[in-house]
Write a protein that binds this ligand. Structure first.
Ligand code: PLP
Length: 392
C-alpha cells in the first residue's frame, strides 16, 4: 500500500521541476544565473517594522502562544488601513482575521467552506494554491479561462456554463498573478450579482493590492454593492511592505466565511508570533510612505525592463500592476521549450506559463524582484541571443 493519501496523489505534478533541474545543472557548471522565476522582493521592509520586531522580541510576554484571532490592535489596524484605502468599514471582530500569510488562509478556507464533492471555479491561468486547496479538501476544481482578448477577466457566460448545483466557490485574483491584469469596480459589481444569485462565495485574492502603476489604484471586491455579503478577500503584507518571510496577511469580508475560516485555524494553528503582529500593526498604521516607495521602485523597473524588451523586438505590453511581466513566447516555441532555451542560452530563469494552467500556454512569467543592474544584464543577454523572433 502506498504511504501517501490519495488526496496527495491527486495534486497536480510540479511543473516547474524540469526548470529547477536545468537551473541546477547550470549552477553546477558555474553559470551566472539571473533568476526571474520567483516572486520574492529583493527590497527590505520599512525600518520601523524591523525596529518594532526587535523591540517587541525583547519584551516579556512576547513569546507565548498568541491568541487565535490575533491581537485586537492588529485587527483594528487592518480595518483602519482598509477604510482609508478602500472607503469600506469592517468590523475588526467579525469581518477581519489575521493569517500566517495569505497563502495559509487561501489553503484553509476550503476546509471551512466546501464539502467533499463540491465544485470550485478557478481561474486558468492562476495561482496554483487554489487548485491544491480544493483538492486537499476533496472538492472538484472547474477551470474558467482568462484570455488576453478579454483583458484576462472571466466571461460571465462561460462561468454560467460551469455552474452546477454543487458550485460553492469562485476564485478571483486582481491584480493578477500571473497575467498582471487589474479589475474594475464595474466588474466586481457584475460578478458579485452573479455569485449572490447562485449562492456562491467569491474568494478574491488581493495579495498585490498596492503594486499598481500609472497612478491607478486597485479596487476591492468589498467596495461592490453587497460585496461583503458575497465574498471574502485575502490581503497580504508580503508584497506591499516586502515582508514575504514574515508570514502575515488577512482575510476580510463576509462574517460567516470569516467565522468558518477562524474555526479551521483554531484547530490547526496557533496564530502569528506576537512581535510580528506588533510590527505588522506598525506597517499598516505608519508606513504608507515606504509602501509608496516600494511601489515606485517596482514601477520604475517595469518601465525600464519592458521598454527594453520592446526595443529589442520582444513585444510585451506594459503591465498595469504586480512585479511580473507576462510575456508572449515567440512562434515555434511552447512556454516550457522557450524557458529551457532562454535558460540554456542566457542563464535567465523564468516561469513557463503552462505551469499556471493550460491557458497560460504561449506565455512566460518574469519576476522583476532583482536589482536594476541584474535586470539590465538580463536585457543585454536577451538582446545578444535574440535572432528572428516572430510574435503572433
Ligand atoms: C496570487 C498570490 N496570492 C497569494 C500569495 C501568497 O502570499 P503570502 O502568503 O506571502 O501572503 C502569492 C504569493 O506569491 C500570490 O502570488
Amino acid at each position: 500500500m502506498s504511504a501517501m493519501a490519495n488526496r496527495i496523489k491527486e495534486l497536480p505534478p510540479y511543473l516547474f521541476a524540469e526548470i529547477d533541474k536545468i537551473k541546477q545543472i547550470a549552477l553546477d557548471r558555474g553559470v551566472d544565473i539571473i533568476d526571474l522565476g520567483v516572486g520574492d522582493p529583493d527590497l527590505p521592509p520599512p525600518k520601523a517594522v524591523i525596529d518594532s520586531l526587535i523591540d517587541n522580541a525583547r519584551k516579556k510576554g512576547s513569546h507565548n502562544y498568541p491568541s487565535y484571532s490575533g491581537l485586537p490592535g492588529l485587527r483594528q489596524a487592518f480595518a483602519q488601513w482598509f477604510e482609508r484605502r478602500f472607503g469600506v468599514s469592517l468590523d475588526p471582530d467579525s469581518e477581519v482575521l489575521p493569517l500566517i500569510g495569505s497563502k495559509e488562509g487561501i489553503g484553509h478556507i476550503f476546509l471551512g467552506h466546501v464539502n467533499p464533492g463540491d465544485e470550485v471555479l478557478i481561474p486558468d491561468p492562476g495561482y496554483p494554491v487554489y487548485t491544491a486547496g480544493a483538492i486537499l479538501a476533496g472538492a472538484v476544481p472547474r477551470y474558467f479561462p482568462l484570455r488576453k482578448s478579454n483583458n484576462f477577466l472571466p466571461r460571465i457566460d462561460e462561468l454560467e456554463e460551469l455552474v452546477s448545483p454543487k458550485t460553492r466557490m469562485l476564485w478571483l485574483n486582481y491584480p493578477s498573478n500571473p497575467t498582471t491584469a487589474v479589475a474594475s469596480l464595474e466588474f466586481f459589481e457584475e460578478i458579485s450579482r452573479f455569485a449572490a444569485e447562485r449562492g456562491i462565495l467569491i474568494c478574491q485574492d488581493m495579495a498585490y493590492s498596492e503594486i499598481t502603476f500609472n497612478g491607478r489604484k486597485a479596487v476591492s471586491l468589498l467596495q461592490a454593492t453587497g460585496g461583503k455579503d458575497t465574498g471574502i478577500e485575502f490581503h497580504s503584507l508580503s508584497k506591499t511592505f516586502c515582508m514575504t518571510g514574515w508570514r502575515v496577511g488577512f482575510a476580510a469580508g463576509k462574517a460567516e466565511a470569516i467565522t468558518a475560516l477562524a474555526k479551521v485555524k483554531t484547530n490547526l494553528d496557533s496564530g502569528i508570533f506576537i512581535p510580528i503582529q506588533k510590527a505588522a500593526t506598525t506597517a499598516l498604521l505608519n508606513c504608507q510612505k515606504e509602501a509608496k516607495e516600494i511601489r515606485g521602485t517596482f514601477e520604475a523597473r517595469q518601465k525600464m525592463f519592458v521598454t527594453g524588451l520592446n526595443k529589442i523586438g520582444w513585444k510585451v505590453p506594459m503591465p498595469e500592476a504586480t512585479f511580473y511581466v507576462w510575456a508572449p513566447v515567440p512562434e515555434g516555441y511552447d512556454s516550457m521549450k522557450f524557458c529551457t532555451h532562454l535558460m540554456e542560452e542566457t542563464g535567465i530563469v523564468c516561469t513557463p506559463g503552462v505551469g499556471f494552467g493550460s491557458y497560460g500556454e504561449g506565455f512566460v512569467r518574469m519576476s522583476l524582484t532583482m536589482p536594476d543592474d541584474r535586470l539590465k544584464e538580463a536585457l543585454k543577454r536577451i538582446k545578444k541571443m535574440k535572432t528572428e523572433w516572430v510574435f503572433k
